[in-house]
Design a binder for this molecule. Structure first.
Ligand code: ZN
Length: 441
């Protein structure tokens, strides 16, 4: 069932996915489109779960979960367990404050609040666009609409070197004072509400709420002497969201029509919002999203609550988030025995203090997946004297009790407005994840 992924196809697919996903809402929409094209149908949380075997997805704001019970149905029973690939859809950026319109020194400005751990300086002097979700008045109450304005509108302007000669000696950016984008000239504010109404096609007074964020409008690109690299925003963690989506489609492809070899466990993809700010929300990794959907899959398939707990005991979760490639200009910041290279395959992430959930059992499952896919695997450990980042892996492990492994793909400039990864890695990444979702042994 799983097959080799083509390097150029996956690299371009990632570029298109990233450029169409300026917000978590859009990333979920992109993944939903790819899944729908492969025959997955949407389930609404307010509806009963389908009792027949099938391939489905469910959206909760900027989070998505998808699963396919066709290959296990009637073979493994409701307590079969799951193979879960997890990732996150959000990235650090600048988000509009509720009252953002104002004027300063003859410039029209928009007040923003930094979201997550962004590298502030990487957002300076870039052409920025706006995108997001708007809650609008509708016949039955309210409804939400997405918009994505690809036009460059805003700029967080640098100070000229002449006005501060110390800038190249390291300077501090104040999150309140120095990160405010301008988007026009005049003595009157630019009317953001009118702009939003225009974007989603409603009257001004029907805009009831909004989640609006900025994004760099420069398209993603293949760069490097042999075009072996991808420069793009939001690779953390859209590279994993995209590879996971491609992997689920590949791992389940043709299951119903060909009746090919049954899977022992139900393959699941879960994409969480809010990882960059700690995951505690109605749809983050600390939410009920994953456990409630897994339980409903078991019970809709005729299983009991005991079957649900049995299925969790038979579950393995692979939690994907980008990893640090060894930086040539700062090689001393990396653990010397664990150098990580781009275009050298997926990265297993290990931390003895469990900032990553990986243990030997999870590591073995991931290693077998890489073997099955025929791709190399690397192992990341941070320096003992540097704090280690974390991800959703330890949370989903704690909430489900399932064996969990953390992995990623090699990246430079993580949390910059424009990150860098290898162009050969997306295909290897998707291959490994497909094999993880559909193991042959
Ligand atoms: Zn991340």
């Amino acid at each position: 069932m799983a097959h080799a992924f083509d390097t150029d196809t996956e690299a371009q697919g990632l570029i298109d996915y990233v450029d169409s996903s300026p917000t978590p809402f859009h990333a979920c929409e992109q993944s939903a489109e790819l899944l729908a094209a492969a025959g997955f149908t949407q389930v609404r949380e307010t509806d009963p779960f389908p009792t027949e075997a099938g391939a489905h997805y469910l959206l909760r704001g900027g989070s998505l979960i998808a699963w396919d019970t066709r290959a296990t149905h009637g073979v493994a029973g409701p307590a079969a367990g799951f193979r879960v690939v997890g990732a996150h859809t959000d990235s650090p950026n600048l988000r509009l404050k509720p009252h953002s319109d104002h004027v300063k020194a003859g410039w029209q400005m928009l007040a923003v609040e930094p979201y997550g751990g962004l590298i502030l300086g990487s957002w300076l002097d870039r052409d920025l666009g706006l995108a997001g979700r708007v809650a609008v008045r509708s016949a039955g109450g309210t409804t939400t609409r997405l918009f994505h304005d690809r036009q460059p509108l805003l700029r967080v302007a640098q100070l000229a070197i002449h006005l501060d000669r110390s800038q190249n000696e390291g300077f501090t950016l104040n999150r309140q004072q120095h990160m405010v984008p301008l988007w026009g000239v005049g003595d009157e504010p630019g009317d953001i509400v009118g702009y939003l109404a225009e974007q989603v096609g409603v009257d001004r007074e029907d805009v009831l709420g909004s989640d609006v964020m900025t994004h760099p409008t420069q398209p993603s690109a293949r760069i490097g002497r042999r075009r072996e690299l991808i420069a793009a925003p939001r690779l953390d963690n859209l590279a994993t969201s995209y590879a996971g989506t491609r992997a689920l489609v590949d791992a389940t492809g043709g299951q119903a029509s060909t009746g090919s070899a049954a899977l022992a466990q139900v393959p699941v993809l879960v994409l969480f919002d809010h990882e960059e700010i700690g995951s505690t929300s109605e749809r983050g990794a600390m939410s009920t999203l994953l456990p409630s959907v897994l339980e409903r899959i078991v019970t809709a398939g005729g299983g009991s609550r005991d079957d649900y707990w049995r299925s969790l005991a038979a579950t393995v979760i692979a939690s994907g988030d980008m990893g640090h490639a060894t930086h040539p200009n700062y090689a001393e910041r990396h653990e010397p025995l664990h150098h990580i290279a781009v275009n050298a395959g997926p990265v297993l992430k290990v931390n003895t203090n469990l900032r990553y959930a990986t243990d030997s059992v999870g590591a073995a499952a991931f290693r077998l997946a890489c073997e099955q896919a025929g791709v190399p695997m690397q192992t990341f450990v941070t320096r003992s004297d540097l704090p280690c980042g974390s991800t959703v892996g330890p949370m989903t492990a704690a909430l489900t009790g399932a064996t969990t492994v953390d992995f990623g793909a090699a990246t430079l400039s993580m949390h910059s407005a424009r990150e860098l990864c290898g162009a050969h890695d997306p295909a290897m990444y998707a291959g490994a994840l497909s094999a993880f979702l559909a193991p042959t042994r």
